[in-house]
Design a protein around this ligand. Structure first.
Ligand code: C2E
Ligand code: CA
Ligand code: CA
Ligand code: CA
Length: 284
């Protein structure tokens, strides 16, 4: 430990110690945010890019800490997982998102003709959450409380979940499927994910092509990969959503590859629930 004058000894003075301390501070803040129901949720619009209509939103968790400032999910999700808080955090996000989405669905129901038929909600679910025996009951409760139609709801999970040999996870996925809840494979194209994995899981409803692939467009090789993903997905009746579209060229290439759905900064940044309601009212 480093000395800073008489009697003062810092416990953490290495880079690793600093990271540990930061993680502890984040976890402490999250615990407070969860208890006070102060987690924020923003929504990134997903469009049918062939006809330019809003078809859904992805819920993304946010946190602005009074002491640490704005925290991103890339930092606080792993911190929550490590601190045993991910189930509680996920439940807060889920309940909030279902309530918000139910309100949009009511707008649609009252709607004029130009309004999209449905604005589906997608929520990211950590593998740890799916492994908890209470997960399905929490989903049921969130849907019942909000009145959200299960067929407009879906979860996004990463491939590590498919590869997991767990009865709890399998039962959870089957239960979701039986309820008409969509299951999407997130970040497709990174890690060990392969076209084979898409064909091996009958419960899958769609794949999301990772931003890193879309960012590579319009390079011929990336284009060929996306074209192949779209063909295989279509053969298996799966939706394909392109993520992270930032340029008109990327959008045009996705369309050329037959990818009908997309999200990204070019089309819409993550935004609050009121702004989504405006978008829904305006007809997407
Ligand atoms: P993800 O599921 O792949 O979500 C997409 C991420 O890309 C989001 O980052 C989004 O803001 C960002 N993004 C969207 N369009 C663009 C674009 O055009 N360009 C670029 N550069 N980025 C774009 P965010 O919100 O920071 O989330 C990061 C990750 O944290 C998510 O990746 C997801 O895996 C995780 N996450 C977010 N919310 C939750 C949650 O409620 N629960 C769990 N378990 N994980 C969450
Ligand atoms: Ca996602
Ligand atoms: Ca993703
Ligand atoms: Ca990601």
């Amino acid at each position: 430990a480093k000395r800073r004058g008489p009697g003062h000894v810092e416990v953490f003075d290495s880079a690793a110690g600093g990271a540990l301390q930061r993680r502890w501070a984040v976890a402490t803040d999250l615990r407070a945010a969860i208890d006070a129901d102060e987690m924020t949720v923003v929504y990134q619009p997903v469009f049918d890019i062939e006809i330019g209509v809003l078809v859904g939103v992805e819920a993304l968790a946010r946190r602005t800490s009074p002491t640490l400032g704005p925290l991103g999910p890339d930092e606080f999700v792993p911190a929550a997982e490590q601190a045993g808080l991910i189930a509680a955090l996920g439940e807060r996000v889920l309940r909030r998102a279902c309530r918000d989405a139910a309100a949009w669905q009511r707008l649609l129901g009252a709607g004029a003709e130009r309004r999209p038929p449905s604005v589906d909600l997608r929520v990211n679910v950590s593998p740890l959450q799916l492994r908890m025996p209470g997960f399905l009951a929490t989903v049921d409760d969130a849907l019942a409380d909000s009145g959200l139609d299960p067929s407009t709801f879906g979860i996004e999970i990463t491939e590590s979940v498919w590869l997991e040999d767990s009865d709890t996870v399998r039962a959870a996925l089957r239960g979701l499927h039986e309820r008409g809840i969509r299951i999407l494979l997130d970040d497709f194209g990174v890690g060990q994910s392969s076209l084979g994995s898409v064909t091996r899981f009958p419960l899958l409803d769609g794949v999301k092509i990772d931003r890193s692939f879309v960012a590579g467009l319009p390079v011929a090789r990336s284009e060929a990969v996306i074209g192949a993903v779209v063909s295989v997905a279509e053969a298996f009746g799966l939706d394909v959503i392109g993520e992270g579209v930032e340029t008109p060229e990327q959008l045009a290439t996705l369309l050329r590859c037959g990818c009908r759905r997309a999200q990204g900064y070019l089309l819409g940044r993550p935004t609050d629930a009121d702004s989504v309601a405006e978008l829904v009212r305006a007809g997407g």
